[in-house]
Design a protein around this ligand. Structure first.
Ligand SMILES: NC(=O)c1ccc[n+]([C@@H]2O[C@H](COP(=O)([O-])OP(=O)(O)OC[C@H]3O[C@@H](n4cnc5c(N)ncnc54)[C@H](O)[C@@H]3O)[C@@H](O)[C@H]2O)c1
Length: 301
């Protein structure tokens, strides 16, 4: 089996995807601007030593093309998240848009015909989860990348699956606008109070389910350029707080902040048929798994 290149593989989703790929016996190359392997060790465990780690910037087309040499497919995750794109839209465009073009160019240069990339349910605005109409610069960049992926299929025959997860939560989700539910699990396990920084209703999906979808997208033999919405279970933030409190007696969790500018009712696309996915982890199960992870990790420290 040829290696899989995972850009942004040192981050939250990347570590979970690397864990599943390694468990399938695949060789994994990480391409990340960060050298920090703390999260990889936490999520992947001892097998993290088998990851080949290449430090580089996704905006550096030549370095990326070299990293992709000999790979059979690419999982592209490297990106700035919503707050960082809003703070510096030009830098966001360089990393999120030019970086994605660099991935497709690296695929073309190396004869790689399968790319799985992270889009986002942020392509939808706050009012509609069926027709993309982003209101954040981050969502606009993600939507632009979906169009570019379609062009690389028609111009260069590179097949792609763009996955649009809603709010991903679970062990390791500690940055971004919607990291609150996961950080709340960690903090209350440590005995500290926590205030989740958004309000309202959001759809949440457990990271293990998202990682499985990426692995199916990167290792199957798909034709065409697909953009697939990937939702889990919608809940008010107050319900999420109550579910965490049910796992950790005495937990003190509040919430305060703006509503997330993304619809909580994302229309289903054809993920099951295209990727053959299993039923999703329920929110209660996912929160229990997240709390159990932090009990283990904090107990070990
Ligand atoms: N977490 C979510 O809820 C969520 C939801 C929808 C889509 N996504 C998308 O999934 C992908 C992964 O998200 P995540 O939650 O794992 O984020 P993360 O911030 O944990 O990981 C991103 C990784 O990309 C790396 N990176 C950033 N800029 C880079 C650059 N210039 N060159 C090379 N590497 C760079 C970072 O070092 C980091 O390791 C992103 O594309 C994100 O937009 C995430």
């Amino acid at each position: 089996m040829t290696p899989v290149l995972v850009t942004g593989g040192g981050g939250f989703l990347g570590c979970w995807i690397a864990r599943l790929l390694l468990a399938e016996g695949r060789e994994v190359r990480i391409f990340d601007r960060s050298e920090d392997r703390r999260l990889a060790r936490e999520i992947v465990g001892e097998a993290a030593d088998r990851l080949r780690w290449i430090v580089g910037d996704i905006a550096d087309a030549e370095a990326l093309a070299r990293a992709a040499e000999g790979c059979g497919s690419i999982v592209h995750l490297a990106a700035l998240l919503t707050p960082a794109c809003a703070a510096d839209p030009l830098l966001g465009a360089r990393i999120n848009v030019i970086g994605t073009l660099n991935v497709f160019e690296a695929a073309r240069a190396n004869g790689i015909s399968q790319v799985a990339y992270a889009s986002s349910a942020a392509v939808f605005g706050p009012d509609d989860g069926r027709y993309p109409h982003p209101v954040t610069i981050y969502g606009a960049f993600k939507l632009a990348c979906e169009g570019c992926a379609r062009a690389y299929w028609s111009d260069a025959g590179i097949a792609s699956v763009g996955l649009r997860p809603t709010v991903v939560y679970g062990p390791g989700r500690e940055v971004g606008l919607t990291a609150g539910p996961t950080i709340a699990c960690r903090e209350v396990v440590a005995g500290r109070p926590y205030v989740i920084g958004y309000s309202g209703r959001q759809d949440l999906i457990f990271v293990g389910d998202v990682a499985a979808a990426f692995v199916a997208a990167a290792t199957g033999s798909h034709r065409g350029a697909h953009a697939i919405s990937l939702g889990g279970e919608a809940a008010e933030v107050a319900e999420v707080a109550a579910m965490i409190a049910a796992q950790v007696p005495g937990a003190r969790i509040g919430f305060d902040g703006p509503e997330v500018p993304m619809s909580s009712e994302i229309a289903a696309t054809d993920a099951e048929r295209i990727l053959g996915l299993k039923p999703r982890t329920t929110l209660a199960e996912g929160i229990a798994l997240t709390v159990a992870h932090y009990r283990r990790i904090l107990g070990e420290r």
